[in-house]
Design a protein around this ligand. Sequence first.
Ligand code: F6R
Length: 607
Amino acid sequence: MCGIITYIGNQNALPRLVDGLRRLEYRGYDSAGVALLTKDGLWVRKAVGRVEALSPELIDPPETTIGIAHTRWATHGGVTEPNAHPHIDTDGNIAVVHNGIIENMDALKKQLEGEGVVFRSETDTEILPHLMNYFYRGDPLKAFTTALKQVRGTYGCAAIFKEHPDRIFVARNGSPLVIGLGEGETVVASDPQAIVAHTRRVVYLEDREIAVVTRDGVDVMRLDGTAVETSVELIDGDYGVADRRGFPHFMLKEIHEQPESIERCLRGRLDLNQGNARLGGLNMSPRDLIGVNRVINVACGTAYHAGMVGAQAIEAMARVPARAEVASEYRYRHPIVHPDTLFFAVSQSGETADTKGAVEEILLKGGQMMGVVNVVGSTIARTCGRGTYIHAGPEVSVASTKAFTSQVTGLLLFTLMLARTKNLSVIEGQEVAKNLQALPGLVQRYLANPGPIDDAVERLIHARYALFLGRGLSFPVALEGALKLKEVAYVPCEAYPAGEMKHGPIAMIDEETPVVAIVPNDSQREKALSNLKEVEARGAKLIIIHTEGDKELEELATVSLPIPACPWYCSPIISVLPLQLLAYRAGVALGRDIDKPRNLAKSVTVE
Ligand code: F6R
């Protein structure tokens, strides 16, 4: 959501902080700000808008080697300069940046106002510097911890004290912070993306831990003062390649990266001889697998759609009951957790608060919890302890594309493993393994010749309402297509199971309505075709994604978007591609901010 970066070291802090903000900007881009600690005190500059809007404010900056910075996604209070971080106390001694939400803000604010504090913003964050100042008697660590002990809610936060230019105080509770240990410099960020420019040696802060950060390292302790043994880890992976590689937008680049990202997810995991898959991170023997009697995928947004695809594939191929659950609902439903159920938390960022909350609830109830995660070392990956990384590489575009296809790929690998222990013969398994291996090539082939996307875009961008339809595995794909179009192009639309559409939404159809239908050549094709005839009879303009060579659908379509033939379980990975392109090009045609759509943020670390 928001991004935090802090620097203390032997170099000029400001350019490093601004570079960090640029790398984090995809997490929140309402406003940005920076606070430097100089010999004359705090130097604070803020601006509404993107990080680039901050540059004109950074006139004659002091040279200093310590500072904190923030890029904001508003939760409390509108998008204004006073609400941008860092926030400072009334005396101008302490500056704080904060991600998360302070739930007892009203009570704390009242208390502080009673002490004569005048608030200058509408944010919950401003509580923190005032509280720290209130408790400050010369010992900054004590003031920092005592203040945080008053707070209920979530935080990843960092503070600097004017009188202590040799250290930064950071803390985490529910909102991630990573500490990068460089040579004579220490960088803290809410996301490893901003650390890798400096170092790959990191310490991950855990919930209710605080750290005193100096040029030479870090001292970590619990909020209650007890010591913590830290371990230094090495970040691997493709971080920091925040480069569009010649594409006009990250979203388009990431769409075109899918042949490689799927290939990375499959690499070394298919056994073509045994017709099986290997996901070592699950740490499950065939005996463990045979004991799995139910699978539940918890996730949000796009990852939830991938979870829906995975659940259907598991039921159909492995004959094990499976379903996907929206994490924010599941966690508060007092879920029933059976020991023979396997849970997957599907998350690109590994930081989504709702998914993390569901993971904690399932673990607390003794559930077997696995992550299907992209960001290595992220909170969900570490909390689950077991699982599989999807290796999609950094996804910078706020609208998720390559993570979806890799999440589905990861879940299909698991499906094959489970199915082989349950009811799939070696011959059938070999066929599935071979088809999965062919996926990157199919994706490549489609992307090289995506069909008349712009004709479809023309129909969608003028629509007052559009309907996406699919049956079976194509229903979650329809949901994903509609989500992308809303996110990137802001076109009002919804997705329905094609058969359910006549139970209500058909009333919305008139001669202007574009209907995007996903109808690959699978067992549901005939039924879907009948549903399309129903909407066509009401004048709808059909944009049909269908298997190449399907003449009947081609003729029925106003715009026909053929995709390569593939087995039923691979079809979501192929049929989502035209939908990603549709959303992208509709967004471009409407002049939208493709990589940073309004109101959205890349990882949603608040509930
Ligand atoms: C949609 C999108 C979101 C995320 C959702 C979960 O394009 O990006 O719907 O899929 O917020 O995020 P992760 O996968 O990071 O848990």
